[in-house]
Structures are given as structure tokens and as C-alpha cells.
Design a binder for this molecule. Sequence first.
Ligand code: FE2
Length: 240
Amino acid sequence: MKLCDLHTHVLPGVDDGAKTMEYALQMLENAVASDVELLAVTPHCNGAFPLGNFLDSQLLDRFAQLKEAASGLPIALVLGAEVAVTAQLPQLLAQGKLPTIHGGRYLLTEFGYQTQEAEFVPMLQNILDLGYIPLIAHPERYHAVCRNPHLVGQWLDMGCHVQLTGGSILGTYGRTVRQTAGWLLKNGMVACIASDAHNLNQRSNYLQDVCDHLTVQYSKQYARSLMYHNPAKICHNETL
Ligand SMILES: [Fe+2]
């Protein structure tokens, strides 16, 4: 089944993902091996890494170099970022400094794992008020969501969407995260599933095992919708 992966740390030398171009290409070969045909490169942005990875000529050059190096692979690459939520985020977004997914309305947004329940809504509303749609990265890993997964329903009602990480569904991050991911899937709260790939090992680009799991547990149609149709729509700035 063809897949679309919207969350990967493949861009080399900019965060805790691929360190070299050679390694990045091996990660992309892994993606190709699991039938990923469209992939967003989403370095950590506005966070703990020295480069910041804001939308500037340096980031665009690095992305162009990766595209050039990967031009022989049967995979389309687009640029985005996994943007850390900070008090400065709304201002940076308004100034056009944050890479959205393929330059569209969707902003892959990462909260700290210890974020308190009450802190989510005001920030999400700030992003929505600026005309962007938060695609909330791996909510199943946030402690507040593990305690109370109904929080996600409130975010969906506001107009946000959520992205689960494939490894969470398979148990890479432990039982509580796996159960939370399962609850969100069962309740139809998930827009898409991505790899959040950082390396060639436990956090890889390989998604076909996740796809198989969804097909067996739910249906092929559900797997296709969360792992291809919805992420491709987000990538092309379409409404879900
Ligand atoms: Fe990530």
C-alpha cells in the first residue's frame, strides 16, 4: 500500500535525526522500502537545537541539497518542521519564520510532554486565530493525554488535527502510550500516522508494519485513510 509520511527527522545535521547525508539517504531508502511515496522532512524547529531551523535561506539550501541527493529515489520530498510550542510561537508564525507543511496551512506542532491540561487550548487557539491549522504531533505521548485522552476531542472540536506516531501503536514507547494511541484510533480521533523517524533502528522510517497492524486490527480502508489519503491531503493543503 502506498504511504505518505508527514513527520521525519531526515534532514542531515540539523537536529537529533540523521547526522550525515549518507545516513539520510539510508533512511529514505527505508521509507521507499515501506512504500512511502510522499515524505515531509520535518526538523525540530524553535526548540533545543542550536540551528533553530527557522524558515530561511540556510534551511531551504539544506533541503535543496537533500532533494538533489535523493533525486534517484522514487519518493517525493516536501519541507516542513516540527515546531516546538513556546510563548514566542505566535509571533514567529505571524512573521513567516516557521515552516508549515509544504508551505500550506498545516503546522506540525509539538508540545512538551509535561504540558499541563490547561496550557494546550490557549496556544492552539493562537495558531488557529492566525489562520493556520495545528497538526498536533504524537499527542499519545503527552502525559496529560495519557491521563485524560478526552482532551483530544476538545482540540478536534476547535479545528485542530492530530498525528500519531507509528511506534506508539506498536508499543515502542511503552504500554500506557500504546493504550492511549489505541483509544484515539478506536474513537476515530486521528488524522494521520507518521514515523517520526530519527534513525535506522527503533525509530525508523519503516511504516509497513504499522500499516499491517492497522489493517488487521481495523481495516485496509482505515489504514489507507490514516497513512495515505489524509496525510496526502494535508500535504496538498486540502481540507480533511
Ligand atoms: Fe519528531
